[in-house]
Structure formats: C-alpha cells, structure tokens
Write a protein that binds this ligand. Structure first.
Ligand SMILES: [Zn+2]
Ligand SMILES: [Zn+2]
Length: 434
C-alpha cells in the first residue's frame, strides 16, 4: 500500500508539493513550493512525521519556495543537482529579501538547504529507505529540471514536475522513451487545454519585429524571466545572426553568469557561450544611459513587469512611438504585464519598497507592445504525445493532473478518462492509495 497525498498545486499553479508514504510509514516529499496570492502561500503541512527524503524537480519558486520551512527543526536528505541548488538559492534569497509576506523562515533555514543537499545524476537510482528509491530524468523545462521516478513497495510513480518535450534552443526536450513502465503518473497540466504557436514561426516573427523596430531607429525592451527565458532569447538572437547591441540586466545577468559553470546542462554549450558573449552587462549606474540609447535591445526581468530592473527602463520605451516592448512569457491575470498586453496601459504600484524613490506609474503606451508565446511547458498536443508514449503496468493507467488552473486540470483529467485512463484532478489535501 502506497499513499500519495497532494499538498499543493491542486487545480492551481503554485505551491507544488506531493507527499508519498510507504506501507511502513516512510515518507518522501516531491517539491515544496509557494504561491503568490492568498492568505496561505505554503503547501498544506500534511502529516509529516517520518520524512526520509525531499526531492526537487527544479528551481522555480512555485516548486522550491517553501523548502526552507521543511528544514526549520530538522535535517533531512535533500536530493537535487548542483545547478538547481545554485539557482534555487539565488531565487530564494531574492524571495526572502523582497517579499512583504511573513514567511515562517529566513536565511538560517536557507543555509540548511545547502547543508542537507545531496546531488543525484539523471538515471541513477537512489535508495532512500527500505524498498523506496528515487531516480531523476531530464524534464526539458529549464536547465537542470527533472522528472522524478519514485519506486516504493514495488510501485512506480512518475512525477513529471514541469515538462517540455518540444525542442528549445537552450536545452534538449524530455524524452518519455527513457522511462520505465509505471503504475501511476502525476502530470503537470499548465497548457493541457491550449496549443502554443509553432516555434519556428514564432521565432521568425519575433526577429522580424525586433529588426524592424531597430532599423526604424527605435529600441526594444524585452522584460523576460531571469531564469532560462532571458537566455533562450539570447540564443534566438544568435540563431538569426542579430548584429546590433544587446544588453542584459538584473537577475538575467546573474543567472547567465551562473549558467556558464554548468556546461553539461545545455543542448549546445558552444552556441550558448557564443550567444552569451554578445550580451553586454548593464550595471545599475549605467541603466539610465543605456535605456536612453537608440537602436538598443535590452533584456531585463521581471517577465511580468511586477518589479526588477525592467521597471527602471520602461517609461522611456512606453513614451517613444518608435520603440517596442516585447513580452516573451505567459502573463498572469492581474499583473502589470498582462494589463499592458491587453489594454496598452502600464500601471505599476510597488508595495513597501525600501527606498525613498517611488517607482509607481500609470502610463498609456505610445510604443509597440507585442506578446510572443515562448513557453517552456508542453502544450496540449505535446502533453498528450508524452502521455501516449508512457507505458503503464497491468493497465493501472492512474493519472493525477496537477499544476494547472481549475479548468485545465479538470478538463485534462476528463479527456484522459475518455481515453480509458483512471484520471483525476486531485483537490488539495486529498490522498490516494495505490
Ligand atoms: Zn517551472
Ligand atoms: Zn511550475
């Protein structure tokens, strides 16, 4: 008897956390993230009393943000890889520093994450207890991301984490063929009800719009996620031989430097290095000068314009009809980025900024605003392709749909059940026995 308890990411994107318990009561936690809204930002506490291991799929804070909480009063083996650990530390430090939310942990607990970290190579089976094993497989979502196979009491459970089985410039896609036969699948559902545009067409349209803006004497601001997306954009620019000035700022700059220490995590590290070399780093002091330059392209977080260095640049761009702001990631409802795409209005309010100067603003955009869907998640077609390739033992066909909004998780589970899967979109706190 194996128990799977869902502590978060149930019918929502945020606070991913799954508890798996063996018949002898040994426990393992897969991911322990946070969410950005609501009274409670952490996963359910669950009945954690015999935790043998924690495993992390990747560094994004909706998967890693709550980890320090688990190390408050105890030391537990924490399985990850060097790249994910390093980037998680940067993101968690940032989260603790800028958050107004009273997280029940701080830098002390963050330090304990490194102390407890054990590195696991993809494809290597790691024992964590009697008849309890973990194996990582590349997930193709961002550099370092993994899917986690849990073998417990002879059952095999695969947790996809966030996956992408479509080729990107940065990393190789997830490959379902390298997986063994399983008894149950816990899958992300972010884009289970939508398709992304074809990658090549998207890239060409992005390059064309960028070059046109620059050739007309304008500049381009690309507010991108600092982790992976900013670097993917650099590779797209390199692929199409973009020859004008490229600047990179904020967290994107820091992550670019970190990435260069982990060559094995990239699809083509030589190409990555060559793309990275063309990006000029901008310091905070130089921001004003670079922002005012014509024919420049600036890549700077945050991706949804909720903060970061991009906010220092944006007024100049919004007020210049020759320039452009290109959003290159999903824009969550209620964020300044989403409002800018939908209404061409930029409304920014920074709560509790710890400096004198307020960056609050309300500007009607005079420049071009475009949204390019450079996603790092599998879309409807690719998620279904992935599942079709998975082999289930003894027709068990159990699929749990998590990490998606109410509609995408429930409709995904419903559609899979029509294809003879035992599929469900679990609600938070629900447990299932295999
Ligand atoms: Zn992610
Ligand atoms: Zn996620």
């Amino acid at each position: 008897m194996v128990l799977i308890k869902f502590l978060g990411a149930c019918r929502e994107v945020g606070r991913s956390a799954i508890l798996i318990e063996s018949k002898s009561g040994a426990q393992c936690i897969l991911d322990y993230g946070i969410r950005f809204k609501g009274e409670e930002r952490l996963p359910l506490k669950g009945d954690i009393h015999n935790l043998k291991a924690i495993a992390l799929s990747h560094c994004h804070v909706d998967h890693s943000g709550g980890l320090p909480f688990l190390f408050k009063d105890s030391d537990i083996p924490f399985f990850t890889n060097p790249l994910t650990l390093r980037i998680s530390e940067i993101l968690l430090q940032d989260m603790i520093k800028i958050s107004n939310y009273p997280y029940p942990f701080g830098y002390r607990e963050l330090k304990k994450i490194r102390k407890n970290a054990l590195f696991l190579k993809n494809g290597v089976r790691q024992k964590i207890d009697h008849e309890f094993y973990l194996t990582f497989f590349s997930a193709g979502h961002i550099p370092g991301s993994v899917s986690i196979l849990v073998e417990v009491d002879q059952k095999k459970i695969l947790y996809t984490g966030d996956i992408n089985n479509q080729e990107t410039n940065l990393i190789s896609p997830a490959n379902p063929h390298e997986l063994p036969e399983i008894d149950a699948l816990i899958t992300e559902s972010t884009y289970s009800d939508r398709d992304h545009p074809l990658r090549e067409e998207l890239e060409k349209r992005f390059i064309e719009d960028t070059v046109n803006t620059i050739e007309n004497g304008g500049s381009v601001l690309i507010p991108a996620f600092g982790v992976a997306r900013s670097q993917e954009i650099l590779l797209v620019l390199e692929k199409y031989n973009y020859r004008n000035d490229i600047y990179i700022d904020g967290l994107a700059r820091k992550i670019l430097t970190e990435y260069s220490h982990f060559p094995e995590s990239f699809r083509d590290f030589t190409r990555f290095k060559s793309a990275a070399k063309k990006a000029q780093f901008v310091s905070k002091e130089k921001r004003k000068k670079i922002g005012g330059k014509s024919r420049s392209l600036i890549i700077s977080p945050s991706g949804m314009l909720k903060g970061g260095a991009a906010i220092d640049y944006i007024p100049t761009f919004l007020n210049d009809p020759n320039s452009a702001v290109f959003l290159v990631g999903y824009q969550v409802e209620g964020t300044p980025g989403r409002k800018l795409v939908d209404e061409k209005i930029f409304e920014f309010k920074e709560k509790g900024r710890r400096t004198y100067q307020s960056r609050d603003m309300l500007i009607k955009a005079k420049c071009k605003i475009e949204y390019f869907d450079f996603s790092s998640h599998a879309d409807k077609v690719h998620l279904n392709n992935y599942i079709n390739e998975i082999k289930f033992r003894n027709n068990s066909n159990f699929i749990f749909c998590v990490h998606g909004d109410e509609k995408s998780t429930t409709s995904f589970a419903h559609n899979l059940s029509k294809k003879n899967y035992n599929s469900v979109a679990p609600e938070i706190g629900e447990s299932y026995i295999l």
